[in-house]
Each structure stands twice: as C-alpha cells, then as structure tokens.
Design a protein around this ligand. Structure first.
Ligand SMILES: [Zn+2]
Ligand SMILES: [Zn+2]
Length: 371
C-alpha cells in the first residue's frame, strides 16, 4: 500500500481537487505504474462538466499517461517490473470478439471506462476514506496508479516517457482518424474541423497518408497557426468560409474526407462536415458528443446519390497494441511530431490552470509532469 496524490472530481462542474490518495497493492492481473507524465485531454473536461458522466464520483481523472511498471500482481503475463508502458485509454483484452478480429478499439472491456473500477468490480484507489473511480479505468492524474494489464502497452525504453504519454489517447486518435477512420489516401483533399490535441494529429495523419491539400478549420488564430506547423496547407476560421475555396481548389469535386475533431460534436458540425465532402466523401466523427444529443441535419439526398459516408470513430479506429508502438516508431524516425504538441507543462497542482489554458486556446496539448 502506498500514499500519493491525485486530482479528484467530487461533483460535476467543480474544479479538480488535489487529494491524498491511498493505493492498494495490485491484485490478480493488475500492475502498479509509476507515471512520468499525463496529458490533459479534452475528454476529462467532458467528465468534469458532466457531459460524459462517470457511474459514480469521486473520480480520479486522466487517461493519457506513460510510466514504468513498479510492481505486478499475481497472474500478470504481458509485462514485468521495470517495463516502460503507455496506458491505453481503451483496454485490449486480446480475447473478446473485437480484439480477435483486430478491432481492439471496440474491446468489450472498454464498457468499464465510465464505471472506472477494476475488473473484479472493486477499487484500489481511496480518497478521504472513500473508494475512487478512475477515468477510463486509468486515473493518470496521479503519480501512481493501479490498472489492469489489459490497459498497458509495453514500449521500447529509448522513447522519452513524457512524449510517449501522448500516444495513449490524442495522437493515436488523431492519426488513426485520418488513416483508418476516413481512409485518407495519396493526393486526397482533407478537411479537419477543430484543431486541438486530436485535430493537430488528424492533420499529421492526413500528411502521413499523402494528402495533397489539408484544410484546417478552427475559430482560434492560435490553433490555426499550430495547424500550419503540423502540415495544414490552408486554414479557415469556419466551415462556411472554407466551402467556396474548397470548391475552387478541387474544381468542384470537394474534399475526399472531413475529420471532425472539434471540442464537442453537434448536429450542426456534422452537417457542415457533410457539406465539405464530395462524391464518395467520408466524414469521420471522433470528437465526443453530449450523451443525450440526438439531432442532426444534413441533405439526406446527397448522402445517398453521392454515396457520402458518416463514420463513428473511436480511438481513431486504432488497435492499441499495434498502433501505440507504431506511433512511437514514426516519432523515432522523425515522421511524427510529438515534441511540438506539448505547448506547456504543468505540475499536478496546476491542473486546473492547464484546463483553463485549453479552454482559452493557449495550448494544443498541456502535459502534467511528475518529478
Ligand atoms: Zn483523451
Ligand atoms: Zn477485447
């Protein structure tokens, strides 16, 4: 049993509060990880404001982290003490139907993400005498956590852990949205709606896939400037502003793909994305939506007559056990930018400041560094 700290949510709409955390030893199939860093992803903000509620509070936030395995419980097979690991925001059990067919992003164990307990339905994390839930069964807003081995992916130990943390959610989600979700190909025209931690990587994915024109759409001048650094060829403040230029630059063919990586997916943004793609165009929806939102409007005729497609896209349609190491290889080879994503680093105590910077468009990806 160890005592550490964690950023805890006690009620929706309140800030993260730094609490003393008591952590039990890992049980069967579980590992204790000493984290080096945690990314500040928008999904935790969705949890905080109650758009994406947990089954119960208090909850320890954070689902984008990397670190070193400090101890393993009984029956752990995939990792050993001392291994460097990335925590995957979706577990990959390797045994369910979805894992077996190579779609680990849909692993049945992902159903526990909003429950936030260990596989046996209990908690190893205790704050103020109460059991705490864990965002995505991870809880990376703490220098230590206990998670199931299904949620960790072993990586090579030459990759800096504070960079590796980013591929546990945002980077892989963004790149995968372009490469797998919308199947971007060489010479394509791609529109990316919303340039945050995921959108910047959707641009990188489109670039890696060989897209010729990458059109970044975001109301924030800072985000548009960042888009250019990651490979956007054109930037616009809104989809309405981009519509006519895309029509001109493609001689009426419109975009091959539109990637929706905004703060919150709404019916309005889906309609805008559908309007930007042409025949056979694919719209990949990656940004989370409010739980009870069910209104969408777009020209239904175009969907049929022009064979447009709207696709849901979880974790960029990626398989954590193959794609997390792949992202890190691309980084090592200089093809994927990770250093440039981290606009600012914070201590755990500064976590609310980090989220304020996200809300005010002052960072692309904020990262909490431990020690
Ligand atoms: Zn995330
Ligand atoms: Zn599975």
């Amino acid at each position: 049993m160890i005592t550490t700290q964690a950023a805890v949510l006690w009620d929706y709409g309140r800030d993260w509060e730094i609490e003393e955390l008591t952590l039990d030893d890992p049980k069967s199939g579980e590992v204790l990880v000493r984290l080096a860093a945690s990314g500040l992803c928008h999904s935790d903000e969705h949890v905080r404001i109650g758009d994406l509620p947990m089954e119960a509070l208090p909850t320890i936030g954070g689902h984008e982290g990397a670190g070193v395995v400090e101890a393993v419980g009984p029956d752990v097979r995939n990792v050993s003490e001392g291994d460097h690991v990335v925590l995957s925001f979706i577990p990959a059990c390797g045994r369910c139907h979805w894992c077996a067919i190579g779609r680990e992003n849909l692993c049945d164990k992902g159903a526990g993400a909003q429950v936030g307990l260990q596989s046996d339905g209990t908690s190893r994390h205790h704050v103020r005498g109460q059991d705490a839930r864990l965002m995505c069964m991870l809880g990376t807003f703490s220098p230590h956590t206990v998670v199931n081995e299904d949620s960790v992916v072993k990586i090579d130990d030459d990759i800096p852990l504070e960079k590796a943390a980013l591929v546990g959610c945002g980077v892989t989600t963004g790149v995968g949205t372009a490469v797998y979700g919308a199947e971007v190909g060489a010479g394509d025209t791609v529109a990316v709606l919303g340039i945050g931690g995921v959108g910047a990587n959707a641009i990188q994915g489109a670039r890696l896939a060989g897209a010729t024109r990458i059109i970044a759409i975001d109301p924030s001048p800072f985000n548009r400037e960042m888009a250019g650094k990651f490979g956007a060829t054109h930037t616009f403040a809104s989809a309405a502003e981009a519509l006519e230029p895309i029509n001109e630059m493609t001689r009426g063919a419109m975009a091959n793909a539109a990637l929706v990586t905004v703060d919150v997916t709404t019916g309005k943004v889906i309609g805008e994305a559908v309007s930007l793609v042409g025949k056979g165009g694919k719209v990949a929806l990656t940004a989370l939506a409010a739980f009870n939102d069910n209104q969408v409007e777009f020209p239904i005729f175009e969907l049929i007559a022009w064979e447009k497609q709207i696709r849901g896209c979880l974790f960029g349609h990626s398989s954590p056990r193959s794609d997390i190491p792949k992202m890190l290889s691309l980084y090592r080879d200089g093809k994927l930018m990770l250093d440039e994503l981290v606009t600012r680093t914070y201590t755990l105590e500064q976590i609310n400041e980090g989220y304020e910077d996200m809300r005010s468009h002052r960072n692309i990806r904020g990262v909490v560094l431990y020690d």
